[in-house]
Design a protein around this ligand. Structure first.
Ligand code: FAD
Length: 367
């Protein structure tokens, strides 16, 4: 007899873990598959918004390490020497993905989720009787299991079809040097053509270096904050698109996090969106089960749109403006003349403000 679950989640990043934790808290039998052995390094700026930190705390029941720095300013600069700074209020936090994702996976196991890593979802098919047969790959073997629902939280789709330019994500790190050098700032170097390199501190004492670029090469390392420092370039992810993955999946699975919509990294809210959309899909699933109705991919996409669609449009517009010289100039002028307006603009992109976190139970619903 095949093992039976209420929910299989593919992907043990923030979106998948959030979905698994919230579903297990709601009483579902959950299997979570992560194809890599944790803790895994990831291409990410590792800046967690204050709202994301609130969600992370509610999901893990943990506090971040005391060494995790608060990041209260995003300072932007260009090769031409223009500069502007925007306050991040409330401050974000520098937290490595090993610590962030690792604590979520541990919390999932504590909540009774069956976590298998390394193990991958090899595919799934709908059953005539309802639910799905899913294929779990581990150590060269494959096991078929049966589940009521499938959540896909496998991250950015590389080489996906669609519109818009394709991007490459780069990642490195550098010794922070003497403590005075390690300002609690996110330093953003805007590249011609719309990319950027961000440098910011994390809890390990190192500086995380992360770039979004159109082509290979070392242009992303010409950040003034890196002058004279030896950056250890580590990882890269190639050829992904920003924005909503369209149309809703036709295979009955529900996509969350980057598998559903890739947030422009420049606004630093992708992790928060992953946590929020993961927790929200679980709440929508639980709600549908209470009503005895299936949650179809189109219903979920509509619920997602109503919570986060506007935020994504605004984030994409900001990304485009910062990539164009005239738009960048206008935004820098706004930041200098009306600091409150740029603070407001940053706040308006925060996906964590689209969800309500219930104190006590830690449940997450749409605002
Ligand atoms: C350059 C860059 C900088 C960024 N900086 C920031 C930032 O500073 N702050 C911020 O909030 N966001 C940032 N982001 C965005 C953030 O990294 C993502 O939004 C976030 O990781 C999405 O989480 P996720 O859980 O959807 O996907 P992921 O974190 O990618 O997790 C997906 C998981 O699924 C696993 N997986 C894949 N396929 C399978 C399978 N078949 N079966 C099982 N497991 C599978 C993968 O191993 C992976 O662990 C940045 C992104 C880029 C590209």
């Amino acid at each position: 007899m095949a093992s039976r679950y209420n929910l299989i989640v593919a992907g043990g990043g923030p979106a998948g873990s959030a979905a698994a934790i919230a579903a297990a808290r709601g009483g579902l039998r959950v299997l979570l598959l992560e194809r890599r052995s944790p803790p895994a390094r990831k291409v990410c700026g590792e800046v967690l918004s204050a709202e994301g930190l609130g969600l992370w705390r509610a999901l893990t029941g943990r506090e971040p390490p005391v060494s995790a720095p608060a990041i209260g300013t995003a300072a932007f600069c260009t090769a031409g020497g223009s500069r502007a700074a925007v306050a991040i209020d409330p401050p974000a936090m520098g937290l490595s993905r090993e610590a962030l994702d690792g604590a979520l996976l541990e919390a999932a196991a504590r909540e009774g989720v069956e976590v298998r890593a390394p193990a991958a979802l090899g595919g799934h098919e709908a059953l005539a009787s309802g639910g799905f047969r899913a294929f779990v790959r581990r150590g060269g073997g494959e096991e078929a299991v049966v589940t009521d629902h499938v959540v896909i939280a496998t991250g950015r789709a590389v080489e996906a079809a669609g519109r818009g330019p394709r991007w490459i994500g780069r990642k490195g790190s550098v010794e922070a040097g003497e403590p005075g050098r390690r300002g609690a700032e996110l330093e953003m170097f805007l590249l011609e053509g719309g990319g950027y390199t961000g440098v910011s501190p994390i809890e390990t004492g190192r500086l995380n270096v992360c770039g979004l670029v159109r082509e290979g090469g070392d242009a992303w390392l010409r950040h003034p904050a890196l002058a004279g420092l030896a950056v250890e370039a580590e990882l890269s992810v190639a050829r992904f698109r920003l924005g909503l993955a369209a149309p809703p999946r036709a295979d009955g699975a529900l996509a969350v996090g980057d598998a559903l919509a890739v947030w422009p990294p420049i606004v630093g809210d992708g992790i928060t969106h992953a946590l929020a959309s993961g927790a929200l899909v679980a709440e929508e699933l639980l709600d549908a089960r209470r009503r005895g109705a299936p949650l179809r991919a189109a219903d979920w996409t509509a619920a997602w749109r109503s919570a986060f669609g506007r935020k994504l449009e605004l984030a994409l517009a900001l990304h485009r403006l910062l990539g164009a010289r005239a738009g960048r100039g206008a935004l820098f002028a706004l930041a200098r003349a009306l600091p409150w307006a740029s603070r407001w603009l940053v706040g308006a992109t925060r996906t964590g403000r689209s969800v309500r976190l219930e104190a006590g139970t830690g449940r997450i619903s749409r605002r």
